[in-house]
Design a protein around this ligand. Structure first.
Ligand code: URP
Ligand code: ZN
Ligand code: ZN
Length: 457
């Protein structure tokens, strides 16, 4: 199969290029490829050929206490493909007392046979007993080299600094990387306690239970632990420019050999805390951690992403039905599951709000959506690039249309912070490992053909 007539994004901008696919992988890329006898030709005239995008941080079908879960793998991966994302890296979260490998098995059961896009798994660690830490080398060998630890969510997922140190030591020793949710759970719990005890229980108060100082304290602490343990670290969903400053200072002190990565998420770039005072339902949809921040913060984060100080752009996609969030809000914001949607919006929203505006160059846009997450999270050999040998995950993107964003059609999707916004550009067609899965903006193959991707750092 030969894609011709379109343009690809190179380090210097757009250039005419053809891409040849043999079976499930890319076999040739060049400016002057001609069709071979009998070869299928895809006419990409007027469109850009992008590598299938990688979202390094999602929570599809995440079960929570009380039988609630975020939208399932079928719905979430459909949104991903329609939005040009062909690979996600989700999180396997063990229940209390459950082994890490059992949690991975449970997540594989949720995803396999249901996901339309490919996926990998990070493994959350909430128990740092010797028995649990002993699982780390086996998981790394099985293609799960990235782990997540929380300094947030007291009495649920939070690790103490001592536990975080043990985890980082073990992950470093075996060649993995740790992803950290950096908010101070004690500080958040104290703020929440004051709010609830003074009757401030509505969703509008959620961000006050997650003060900026809490993120800054946790970022400082985890950077200090990384310096001490030498554990490769990604701080996920950094939401404050002050946090990025702390990361930059730590990089300077640590030098080139240290791995200190910063992730930013779509909603922290392009949505702001004004949504919490824009009506009950909007406030509910915007409940996430870290919360949306003051409007001035987003452009600062975007500038850091453009400058290379933030490394890749994810979504932390964790979307709940509005009805579920509303029911959980009956007892106050503290009971509302945290998370927003974005996996379907990431490409088009970032194009509209960062590339069209001139804040992010085209090559950097492609890098932070595709090549960097693949390279940093262990998929460099097969995802994130239009290069011979890589999986034939190909997106045709039409940069011209302007229209009002409709949250991908599903009526019960609460998490769209983006519904109704004017956008530029459309994902028209998508191929996953050489198989067309989206044509003309519609899913054409819903066989749930996504596969688990073992990763290696
Ligand atoms: O609000 C969020 N971020 N929900 C998902 C869980 C997490 O903290 O990443
Ligand atoms: Zn998190
Ligand atoms: Zn998350």
């Amino acid at each position: 199969m030969l894609f011709r007539g379109g343009q690809t994004i190179t380090s210097s901008g757009l250039s005419p290029a053809a891409v040849r696919v043999a079976g499930t992988t890319i076999s040739e890329v060049g400016s002057d490829l001609n069709p071979q006898p009998g070869e299928t030709v895809v006419d990409a005239t007027g469109r850009w050929l992008l590598p299938g995008a990688i979202d390094g941080h999602t929570h599809f079908g995440m079960p929570l206490a009380g039988g609630l879960s975020s939208l399932d793998w079928a719905a979430s991966s459909t949104a991903a493909l329609l939005g040009g994302t062909t690979t996600v890296i989700d999180f396997a979260n063990p229940d209390a007392g459950e082994s890490l490998s059992a949690a991975v098995g449970r997540w594989r059961n949720l995803a396999d046979g249901h996901t339309l896009c490919d996926y990998g798994l990070h493994v959350t660690v909430t128990d740092t007993s010797p028995e649990r830490l002993a699982e780390i080398p086996g998981l790394i060998s099985a293609g799960l080299p990235t782990f997540k630890g929380f300094l947030a969510y007291k009495n649920r997922l939070m690790l103490t600094l001592e536990q975080m140190r043990s985890l980082m030591t073990a992950v470093h020793e075996h060649g993995g990387m740790l992803l950290v949710h950096a908010e101070d759970g004690e500080m958040n719990a104290a703020a929440e306690h004051v709010l609830l005890n003074t009757g401030r229980t509505a969703p509008v108060w959620h961000p006050l239970a997650h003060p900026a100082e809490s993120e800054l304290k946790a970022v400082g602490e985890v950077l200090a632990l990384a310096a001490e343990t030498h554990c490769p670290l990604t701080i996920v969903h950094l939401s404050l420019t002050d946090s990025v400053d702390a990361l930059k200072r730590a990089r300077q002190t640590a030098g080139e050999s240290a791995t200190l990565i910063g992730e930013v998420c779509l909603h922290h770039l392009f949505a702001d805390e004004g949504l919490y005072s824009s009506g009950h339902e909007t406030a509910l949809a915007a409940i996430c951690s870290p919360p949306l921040r003051p409007a001035a913060n987003g452009p600062g984060l975007l500038a850091e992403l453009a400058a290379g100080n933030l490394d890749f752009l994810s979504t932390d996609h964790c979307e709940f039905c509005l009805a579920a969030k509303a029911a959980a809000a009956a007892g106050g914001f503290a009971g509302v599951p945290n998370g927003c949607g974005g996996v379907g919006e990431r490409l088009v929203m970032s194009y509209t709000k960062a590339v069209v505006t001139g804040d992010l160059s085209l090559p950097r846009w492609q890098e932070v959506l595709c090549e960097r997450p693949a390279a940093l999270l262990g998929l460099a050999d097969r995802k994130g690039r239009l290069s011979p040998g890589c999986d034939a995950d190909i997106v045709l993107f039409d940069p011209t249309p302007e229209y009002r964003w409709d949250p991908l059609g599903a009526s019960d999707r609460a998490g769209s912070l983006w519904a109704g916004l004017m956008v530029r550009g459309r994902v028209s067609d998508v191929w996953l490992r050489g198989r067309q899965v989206v044509a003309g903006g519609r899913v054409t193959d819903d066989r749930a053909g996504g596969v688990f991707l073992p990763r290696q750092l």
